[in-house]
Design a protein. Structure first.
Length: 299
């Protein structure tokens, strides 16, 4: 049976290096499931693979769209399934790697079907967000859908607006469309998650942030600053520098915040992955053990 190998783990743990070794061993291309590396303008701040790394193995979904384009986990699901249909005609095993939790779940389990949003309503709500503020929209959401309100990230305007859009357009709670019924896939899925000692992981993250700065992260963020309102740029590494450009603190303080917030995101990723019992857990240097698992699972 055709097999999709999913290699994931917290940010900064070494997925890129290991994915290249695995892809070369599997004779597979790499499908990136990173919701930010997909934007071509955001190379340094997303730790996108280098030109040398990209030359080793064929990659998909790296720098493939413009940051002004709307993209989502639901669209990623459609795009990946379509691509897999082609790749499985010539490959028995395909590797997908990255750390975007919802993108992985979209491919492995499917996204609940949602109604298309009226663009006029979306524009109206975006205008209300600017005029009334997020708290006013949260108050309305709490009335229309208390279930979704209880679990939504209340600091994420995109999530709040989308919930309100569906509530107002359909007259039903947004949460009522969340059936959480996994879709069957016509291929086998092997899920691998990397982990290591938390202190060592934080040290790796801190060093990588400093390397990003040395590689030109501040200059990249300054170039992107005029577009900071875009959802794509609501991302750790850019948000902190945008605040610095706005006069909120020093550059050193911004870098420290990037490191701290990246630690926080890594914890969030690990919490998410631990909820799924299908994951097999390995250290980043367990290459032989990971190969053995894949060989056994493909028998």
């Amino acid at each position: 049976m055709k097999t999709l190998v999913v290699l994931t783990g917290p940010t900064g743990i070494g997925k890129t290096a290991l994915s290249l070794e695995l892809a070369e061993w599997l004779h597979s291309p790499i499908l990136s499931c990173d919701s930010r590396q997909i934007y071509r303008e955001m190379r340094i701040g997303t730790a996108a693979p280098t030109a040398a790394e990209l030359s080793r193995v064929t990659h998909y979904f790296i720098g493939s769209i413009n940051m002004h384009d709307r993209y989502s986990a639901a669209r990623f699901e459609v795009d990946v399934l379509s691509l897999l249909n082609e790749l499985f005609s010539t490959h028995d095993t395909v590797l997908m790697t990255g750390g975007s939790m919802m993108y992985i779940d979209a491919v492995c389990n499917g996204i609940d079907d949602m109604p298309d949003v009226d663009p006029i309503l979306r524009t109206e709500l975006q205008a209300r967000l600017k005029e009334e503020g997020l708290d006013a929209l949260l108050a309305e959401l709490s009335t229309l859908d208390p279930v979704y309100y209880a679990r939504v990230d209340k600091s994420n305007p995109k999530r709040v607006l989308h919930g309100l859009e569906i509530c107002l357009m359909t007259g039903k709670p947004f949460s009522s469309f969340h059936l959480h019924t996994p879709k069957q896939r016509p291929f086998n899925i092997i899920k691998i998650c990397l982990n290591m000692d938390r202190t060592l992981l934080y040290e790796r993250i801190d060093k990588r942030v400093l390397q990003m700065v040395n590689n030109g992260l501040v200059e990249e963020a300054r170039f992107l600053y005029p577009f900071k309102h875009l959802n794509a740029l609501n991302t750790v590494g850019y948000k902190e520098l945008f605040d610095y450009f706005d006069g909120q603190g020093t550059l050193d303080e911004a870098v420290t915040k990037i490191q701290f917030n990246t630690h926080k995101y890594a914890r969030k990723q690990l919490t998410w992955f631990r909820r799924d019992p299908a994951y097999h857990w390995f250290a980043p240097d367990d290459f032989d053990a990971i190969k053995a698992l894949i060989e056994q699972a493909r028998v």
